[in-house]
Unconditional design. Structure first.
Length: 132
C-alpha cells in the first residue's frame, strides 16, 4: 500500500470534524494514499454500537467508511505482527493488543501510521509514525 494508515484516534477526529489541521492535511492528499486497518474499522463500529447507534454519528461513520480503503488483516500482517510484538517485548515496549495489531498493519503495508497516541513512539523501527 505505502501511503498513510490512519489510527483510530485520527479517524475519529476526521469523523467528528473537530480538528481542522487534520482535515486540511487529509484533503491535501490523494485518497488512494489513505487507508485504515480492519482493526480500526472494528473499533469505529464498536464505538457506535456502544452508544446504541445514534443516528448522526452512525451516518458519519458510515460515510467515512465508504470513502476510505479498509485493509484486511491477512497472513502478511500476521507475520509482521509476530515480529513486531517480539521486538517490542525484547525492548520493554508494551502496546495495547489492538494498537499492536494496527502498528503491525502499518509496518506490513509500508505505510506511515498517523496517530495522536504517544505510545506508538516507543515502538521500534520499521514502524514510522506522524501526528497531524
Amino acid at each position: 500500500m505505502s501511503g498513510y494508515l490512519l489510527d483510530t484516534n485520527i479517524a475519529s477526529y476526521v469523523i467528528r470534524g473537530d480538528r481542522p489541521k487534520i482535515s486540511a492535511r487529509l484533503a491535501s492528499l490523494p485518497m488512494d494514499e489513505i487507508a485504515i486497518s480492519a482493526v480500526t474499522e472494528g473499533e469505529l463500529l464498536y464505538g457506535v454500537a456502544r452508544r446504541n447507534y445514534p443516528p448522526r454519528l452512525t451516518e458519519r461513520v458510515r460515510q467515512f467508511l465508504l470513502r476510505v480503503d479498509v485493509l484486511a488483516w491477512d497472513h502478511d500482517v500476521t507475520r509482521t505482527y509476530a515480529e513486531l510484538r517480539a521486538a517490542c517485548e525484547s525492548n520493554g515496549v508494551s502496546l495495547s493488543p489492538l494498537d499492536m495489531m494496527i502498528a503491525a498493519h502499518a509496518v506490513a503495508t509500508e505505510a506511515v501510521l498517523v496517530t495522536n497516541d504517544k505510545a506508538f513512539s516507543r515502538a521500534p523501527e520499521p514502524l514510522r509514525i506522524e501526528n497531524w
